[in-house]
Ligand binder design. Structure first.
Ligand code: HPA
Ligand code: ZN
Length: 324
């Protein structure tokens, strides 16, 4: 089964680049930039990765991102992730980044976008891995802050294909960001949003109807609402599901409880993704393997999940056809 998964051409649609910061690189960048981390070593840091919900993870994730300072840091971070993509036969990836986490520390948009896209371009040239870049707004901050962030990104829009919405979900519904998403769409950007990870199914309706997203990130709480499931299936609105993330953050108690195969059975376009692989114990290969091991997913189901990733992606249709 491992070999079968390794050989599948995989597409990743839900990946936070700051969430690919492995402990070893975090320490190396801290040293390079003269920053002290509140952990003695890699092992001490790894023991802190014991999360009980989304917020307990986000607190560490934002703290870790503080070691990212220069364009070279963003390049090194992204390159390390792309090496994993190459090793795991990920042929296309749509990468989220959180500019507000960096802008607030005095790092400019050009440094962040420049470093990330230099690595993405190199991976395309060297290995043919295609990619998109998605600017995420932090939903715990105000809509005004999101609008200012979007304005700061305007000089770089040739390198950015879409906007997303992440961070602390409960209490920060999609409806808080209607104006900034309308502005982004007017600028020609595509839209996605995290919804229904910890938040209710009503947030998924809001993301669809008020933000006009073309995919929903996570979306697993859709199973609480049969009318919503019917709509997702009817309109083939993809969900970018992240199995290891969901168990690490206790969205599901254990992998055996995960709803991804039930959603697949109901004809929802579910896809498999790694979210924040350095924090959740695995990249694409390990996420697929977990479904095979703990959910007893068949080869046919795994193949369908991988094909859904191709379908749900923003790659040109000719490239899609070659992969299907
Ligand atoms: N949910 C919300 N915000 C995030 C996540 C997530 O899974 N990962 C990084 N930021
Ligand atoms: Zn996410």
């Amino acid at each position: 089964m491992k070999q079968f998964i390794a050989a599948l051409p995989k597409v990743e649609l839900h990946l936070h680049i700051e969430g690919t910061l492995e402990p070893e690189l975090m320490f190396a960048l801290a040293k390079r930039n003269g920053i002290s981390l509140p952990y003695a070593d890699v092992a001490a840091l790894a023991t802190a990765y014991d999360f009980h919900n989304l917020q307990s993870f986000l607190d560490l994730y934002y703290q870790g991102a503080a070691v990212l300072q220069t364009e070279q840091d963003f390049f090194d971070l992204t390159w390390a992730y792309l090496v994993r993509c190459h090793e795991q036969h990920v042929v296309h990836t749509e990468v989220f980044f959180d500019p507000q986490t960096h802008l607030v520390r005095g790092i400019d948009m050009g440094t962040v976008v420049g470093g990330i896209t230099a690595a993405l371009d190199k991976a395309e040239q060297q290995w043919g891995i295609s990619s998109c870049l998605i600017l995420c707004f932090l939903r715990h901050l105000s809509e005004a802050d999101a609008l200012a962030t979007l304005e700061a990104a305007i000089p770089y829009l040739d390198k950015i294909q879409g906007v997303g919405l992440d961070s602390s979900e409960v209490g920060n519904p999609p409806s808080k960001f209607v104006q900034v998403f309308a502005r982004a769409r007017a600028l020609g950007l595509k839209a996605v949003a995290h919804a229904g990870e910890e938040g209710p199914a009503s947030y998924i309706w809001e993301a669809l109807d008020q933000l006009q997203v073309c995919r929903v990130d996570h979306g697993v709480r859709s199973t609480d609402d049969p009318r919503l499931i019917a709509r997702l299936a009817e309109e083939q609105i993809p969900l970018t599901v992240c199995p290891l993330s969901n168990t690490r953050l206790k969205v599901f108690d254990q992998m055996a409880d995960h709803s991804i195969l039930r959603l697949l059975d109901q004809d929802v376009c579910v896809t498999v993704n790694s979210d924040d692989p350095a924090y959740f114990g695995g990249y694409m290969q390990e996420n697929f393997e977990a479904l095979a091991k703990d959910l007893k997913a068949s080869k046919e189901q795994l193949r369908q999940l991988a094909l859904n990733g191709v379908q749900a992606s923003w790659m040109p249709s000719l490239r899609k056809k070659r992969l299907i």
